[in-house]
Each structure stands twice: as C-alpha cells, then as structure tokens.
Design a protein around this ligand. Structure first.
Ligand code: FDA
Length: 305
C-alpha cells in the first residue's frame, strides 16, 4: 500500500517539489546515488572496479518531454563514455539508458537515433549499452528500438520485468545467441491486467523467466538483491552447464553491498548499477517504494534536523 503511494508520488510534480525541498533529502539520496556529476560517478567507478566489481552507469533522468533536454542527456552519456575510454575498463564499465530520457515520449525515431549515438560512443570506448525498461506502456517501443540497435550494435542489452505477464513470452524471443538480458522484478506501479502484483507471484514469475534465460543461448544478467532468487539462479546455471562467466549478477548502488562483495569473492561477475546526476527524484522514490524501512530512515533524518 505504502509502496503504491510512493510510486504514485514518484510521478507527481507536487510531491517532487516537497521532497526535493527538504535540506536533508540529499543526505538520504546519497545512499542510493553516486553523486551529482560525472566526476562523482567516475570516483565510484574506480572504487567499485578496484574492489573487483563491474559497473553500469545511469545518467539520471526520465520522462523527458523536451527535445533539448533529450539531446543534453545524450551529450552527458557521450562525455561519460569518453571519460571511461582512457580507464581501459572495457565492458567492466558499461552504461544503462532509459529511452524516455532521450526522447521516447516525444518521438520513437528520435529515441532510436539518440540511443544509436550512445551505442556508437560505447563501441568506441570498447563497451556496451543496456536499455532500462520503464512502465509497461513503453515495452513494445523499447523492444523495437532494441531490435533496430542490435543490427549495428549486437551487444546491446535490455532489461525485462518479471512482473509483467508478457515477459516470459518476450524472453523466449530474446534468449538467443549473443543477446544480453537483465532480468528484474519490476519497479513500476502496474495494473493487474498486465502485471502480477503479489510478491510471491512476482517471485514465481521471476523463477520462470530465469529458467528461460538460463536454458537459452544468451547472456543472463540476474538483477536482484533477493537471496532466494540468487540461489535459484546459481542452481539453474549449474543445471544448464553454464560456466561462471556465462551470466552475471547485478545489484543497485548502495544496496546489499555485503552481498555484492561476497558473490564477487566467490568468483561471480557482479555488476553494480551506478546512478548519478541531479535528476534523482524518480529513481529515489522507487527505492523508497521497494522497502518501507527506507522511508523510516528518510523520516528519521528529517526529525534529526
Ligand atoms: P526485493 O524487492 O524482494 O528485495 C530483496 C531484498 O533486497 C530486500 O529484502 C532488501 O534486503 C533488499 N532491497 C531491495 N530493494 C531495496 C531498497 N530499495 N533499499 C534497501 N534494500 C533493498 N526495474 C525496472 O522496472 N526496470 C529496470 O530497468 C530496472 N533495472 C534494474 C537494474 C538493476 C541492476 C537492479 C538490481 C534492479 C533494477 N530494477 C529495474 C529494479 C527492480 O525491478 C526491483 O525493483 C529491485 O531490484 C528490487 O527488487 P529485488 O529483486 O531486489 O527484490
């Protein structure tokens, strides 16, 4: 219930102004976001890769309705990729892109062109791009952009949300040679007509989706902090004779860092999703919605001021 309220608030301009207005909010946001600028993000990249993890960088921003802002987001990605090149990390540092940040809500063709520019810069930097998945209304458009991008940039990946009823079938198409798919539970408020809404239903759907990915020929990216699902992923990988390097785990910056380190120590590839930038509101609210304890932490910070 609280989660649904927070997800609704994540899209409300009024709530955005109220939450962003608290002076202490920034301190709480810092738990989930690497910083406001590219320099902060690069510091996090050095620290995390130095500790044996890999990263995917997200320049924060979404639901852009302004063509100039969409073009600015593309520039930010290209300059980040230029900065990554001399670090020589290759695919140990890639980028994640929300198509709605680069024009998807304005014009499908604009989003495709912009994503193509980012993919070209990523290729020049020796790395890859993964498309985030946003709410269910964007899935067809995102998968269509993915198909077009993969013609020129075959390593482009995509996130798929287990909570959506359609995803198992989408994954049967996606789990092919060379394809990179990040499986997530899903972070958006969705109607029951298109999505499983109960936790245990989403978990069961996640397992079904994992099975499709692990049995397939692609590269599964298992994005969850859920111990049980991490265990199931390891078991399914074993059952399907997958070597360690033929799939990876992914977790969000600042969440379950102990588990990230533990999996990496055990020889798994672990990629940390590192968001940075000043447009943190939507991302932050989704993190609060996922876990009521985060709201308590936020409220305690307000009180302690
Ligand atoms: P679950 O929510 O059940 O959490 C399991 C445990 O993890 C919790 O008990 C807690 O210990 C910890 N945890 C989880 N969330 C936490 C939080 N916010 N704060 C503190 N602890 C927390 N979604 C989407 O719709 N599109 C996308 O493109 C992506 N991309 C993406 C990339 C990566 C790398 C990850 C890890 C996740 C996403 N997501 C996403 C988000 C995803 O859909 C989902 O909302 C979160 O991962 C939370 O789900 P879990 O699978 O972690 O399980």
């Amino acid at each position: 219930m609280l989660g649904q309220v927070l997800l609704a608030a994540s899209r409300s301009p009024l709530a955005r102004r109220a939450v962003s207005g608290f002076p202490v909010t920034r301190r709480v946001v810092d738990r989930f976001v690497a910083g406001e600028d590219a320099g902060d993000a690069l510091t996090a990249v050095r620290r995390l890769t130095g500790a044996g993890l890999t990263v995917t960088l997200d320049h924060l921003g979404e639901e852009t309705r302004d063509a100039r802002a969409a073009a600015e987001a593309v520039k930010a990605y290209i300059s980040m990729l230029d900065a990554l090149r001399p670090l020589g990390l290759g695919t140990r540092a890639e980028v994640s892109v929300k198509l709605s940040a680069v024009g998807q809500m304005l014009d499908h063709a604009m989003a495709l062109d912009h994503a193509g520019e980012i993919c070209a810069a990523a290729r020049d930097a020796g790395t890859t791009v993964t498309l985030d998945m946003e709410d269910h209304t964007t899935v067809d458009s995102t998968l269509s952009v993915l198909r077009s991008l993969r013609a020129d940039f075959p390593a482009t990946g995509v996130a798929v949300q287990a909570c959506l009823r359609r995803s198992e079938s989408d994954l049967r198409d996606l789990a092919r040679e060379g394809s990179r798919v990040r499986l997530v539970k899903g972070a958006y408020a969705e109607p029951a007509s298109v999505a499983f809404r109960r936790r245990h239903e989403v978990d069961l759907a996640y397992v079904r989706c994992l099975r499709v990915l692990m049995e397939g020929k692609g590269y599964p990216m298992v994005a969850t902090h859920d111990d049980r699902l991490i265990g199931v992923a390891e078991m399914l990988a074993d059952d399907n004779g997958r070597e360690r390097g033929s799939f990876e785990f992914q977790m969000l910056y600042g969440i379950r860092t102990d588990k990230q380190a533990e999996l990496a120590r055990g020889g798994a590839t672990v990629r940390v999703y590192v968001p940075y930038g000043d447009d943190w509101y939507g991302y932050f609210m989704r993190r609060l919605a996922e876990r009521p304890a985060n709201v308590a932490f936020f409220l305690r910070s307000l009180r302690s001021k």
